[in-house]
Design a protein around this ligand. Structure first.
Ligand SMILES: [Zn+2]
Length: 306
């Protein structure tokens, strides 16, 4: 009886150990299965192609992309028009040597004299806008800035890629009439690339021109203080926006008070490179007088000087 009871105990004990061993074995197998599954999952993730960032380039090509564009060789209003924010500081420091700048010659002030000068123009009050002479010799002060500037879009004109320009409010009635006439003639909505430019912006413009070499027989820009854009009555129209618009403007804009300041073929009279797009508002009566005189705006205003 004792033996059989002992045998039974042994059998039970062996059975318990065996079942426990089996249980452990099952848990271990299950754990291994989970690990295997995780491993498989990880492999699946790892097997998926992951976009890796391109290697950082530190060679000349990557540097090249960050270099600011160099100023155009020849700067004029067609490729350097209005920027929404004036940038007084030139990107490149002006050359120290004056040899890189256009020759500045003393001017006697005659109509055929295209020499540079720094002479305050005689009629420079804000009420003198129609007779303020500006050229390579005559200038307005740096702080000349009319107080009645309004967005040119008030006239119904559209702006260029440089944003909204401003002009004196006294130009708006006739500018609106011009915009309407252009539209009625079939040329669409007149575009104004730039109007008022302050002294600082013109300084940047002039420095870019000089750094581009300058020195043309007739410059394609004017020194700061000498630009008609500082008057707030001068507009650069996109006369190339539609076929025939340039011709139409040449023949008709003056009827609304706007005269082309630097017409082609008459450089010796206005001393500037030709600019088909640059119109100055003179008022209808004076614009008519200038056209009838056969003179450029400069030639006409020279005769008005005291
Ligand atoms: Zn202009």
């Amino acid at each position: 009886m004792y033996r059989s009871r002992l045998t039974l105990t042994l059998v039970l004990l062996l059975g318990f150990i065996a079942s426990d061993a089996l249980a452990i074995s099952s848990r271990q197998l299950a754990k291994i299965d989970v690990q295997a599954a995780d491993s498989t999952a990880n492999d699946a993730v790892n097997a998926t192609p992951v976009a890796t960032p391109p290697p950082v380039q530190i060679g000349p090509e990557s540097l090249q992309a960050k270099v600011l564009p160099t100023p155009p060789t020849v700067v004029n209003e067609a490729n350097f028009i209005a920027r929404p924010t004036p940038t007084p500081a030139p990107i490149v420091a002006p050359p120290a040597a004056p040899a890189a700048q256009p020759a500045v010659q003393p001017s006697s002030g005659g109509s055929s004299d295209c020499g540079y000068g720094e002479v305050l123009t005689p009629y420079r009050g804000y009420g003198d806008w129609y007779r303020t002479l500006l050229d390579l010799r005559y200038m307005v002060p740096a702080d000349y800035r009319p107080s009645d500037l309004v967005p040119v879009t008030d006239s119904g004109a559209r702006t260029g890629t440089y944003g909204v320009s401003y002009a004196r409010s006294l130009t708006m009635p006739d500018l609106t009439a011009l915009v309407n006439a252009v539209r009625d003639a079939g040329f669409g909505q007149l575009q104004i690339n730039t109007a008022f430019r302050d002294y600082a912006m013109q300084t940047s413009f002039w420095n870019s021109y000089r750094n581009g070499g300058g020195g043309l027989t007739y410059p394609t820009t004017l020194p700061p203080g000498h630009s008609e854009h500082q008057l707030g009555t001068t507009f650069d129209f996109n006369v190339y926006a539609a076929a025939g618009l340039n011709s139409w403007m040449t023949n008709n804009a003056w009827k609304y008070g706007f005269v082309k300041s630097f017409p082609p073929g008459r450089n010796a009279e206005h001393c500037i490179g030709s600019e088909d797009w640059h119109y100055r508002y003179l008022g209808r009566d004076m614009a008519s007088n200038v056209m009838n005189s056969g003179l450029t705006i400069r030639g006409y205003l020279l005769r008005l000087l005291p």
